[in-house]
Ligand binder design. Structure first.
Ligand code: IMP
Length: 333
């Protein structure tokens, strides 16, 4: 009846023999399917406090890709797509104007479409996916989110090229509190990586460090989607805020938070996210540079030259609470 589910912090990778001399010997290229490939397996989340044309440009330069959020008019989203030179994916829903939105985004040359729904293992998502697959057979379609192998296969069978895996794990997410549903993202990735469909797997929600990125890739992800790690950077939308104590901060909020819903549709129904301010981090390029370095080091500890080798060589252990304590810095103040 009950199965145990592991989170990133429950596990570690065992170091293995390595003959890798420099981080430059490591190749982080991944093929996400249908004309989307990444040199850094990092994707910016379709959120109104994360993704902007500037973020899209910088992520693309670093080897990743961004997803433009859908909580804006079709016209504005198309303008943002244009400003990102066609090197961007754009999110859509599965009701209302979504089909018109896709037609316009395709006309504006997006690199892919992301069907962006909180519970992706859903009949409406399946039907929209089949319709869009027919409408744009050559275009990359990302879909999600799912937390189980059945959910992953449901979307893969209907033509998704890449699938966002993770429900309830986001740093700004209150889905598990409100609904009692979800699966730790690491466990979902492990489970979905057993899929026999060829769809690319995107670990989404709860990734806090480059170490978590390495664990996600080792568990079977092709790429990770990031919110909080990119939050508070110069390229995120919104102004910097100065707190009374002189701290410089920016807003980072869930798209299902009351604040975000009020902003994009003037009212809110279900409340499954929170809005917070985070410390201003400066240019996202610096953050991406650090993540790139950390992930490369991670592969070298497993003796892996690329993501596929990492997945083949990875040996996970489960940590005890004392081990987890030892794994974070623990010097006395
Ligand atoms: P983070 O990287 O841990 O901050 O998680 C970001 C992810 O949280 C996004 O990519 C979405 O999948 C998810 N997310 C965004 N907004 C919300 C929300 O309001 N509620 C629940 N999940 C959300």
């Amino acid at each position: 009846m009950f199965t145990k589910a592991l989170a990133f912090e429950d596990v570690l990778l065992k170091p293995a023999y390595s003959d890798i001399v420099t981080r430059a010997d490591i190749d982080l290229n991944v093929d996400m399917g249908r004309d989307v490939s990444l040199r850094l397996p990092v994707i910016a989340s379709p959120m109104d406090s994360i993704m902007s044309p500037e973020m899209g440009e910088k992520i693309y330069e670093a080897g990743g890709i961004g997803v433009l959020h859908r909580y804006q008019s079709i016209e504005k989203q198309c303008k943002e797509a244009q400003a990102t030179s066609g090197n961007v994916i754009a999110a859509v829903g599965v009701t209302g104007d979504y089909f018109e939105r896709v037609s316009e985004l395709v006309r504006h040359g997006v690199a892919g479409i992301c069907i962006d729904v909180a519970h992706g293992h859903h009949d409406q998502v399946g039907r929209a996916l089949e319709k869009l697959r027919d409408f744009c057979p050559g275009l990359h379609i990302m879909a999600g989110n799912v937390a189980t192998l059945e959910g992953f296969d449901y979307l893969a069978a209907r033509g998704a090229d890449s699938i966002r895996v993770g429900i309830g794990g986001g740093s700004i997410c209150s889905t598990r509190i409100q609904t009692g549903h979800g699966v730790p993202t690491f466990q979902s990735v492990l489970e979905c990586s057993r899929s026999e469909y060829g769809a690319a797997l995107i670990a989404d929600g709860g990734i806090k460090t480059s170490g978590d990125i390495v664990k996600a890739l080792a568990a079977g992800a092709d790429a990770v989607m990031l919110g909080s790690l990119l939050s508070g950077t110069t390229e995120t939308p919104g102004a910097v805020i100065k707190s009374a104590s002189g701290e410089v901060r920016k807003i980072y909020r869930g798209m299902a938070s009351p604040e975000a819903q009020l902003n994009w549709r003037g009212r809110y129904s279900s409340n499954e996210g929170v809005s917070r301010t985070v410390i201003f981090k400066g240019p996202v390029t610096n953050v991406l540079y650090e993540l790139d370095k950390g992930v490369r080091s991670g592969l070298s500890y497993s003796g892996a030259r690329n993501v596929r080798e990492l997945q083949a060589k990875a040996r996970f252990i489960i940590q005890t609470p004392a081990g987890a304590k030892e794994s974070s810095t623990h010097i006395d103040e």
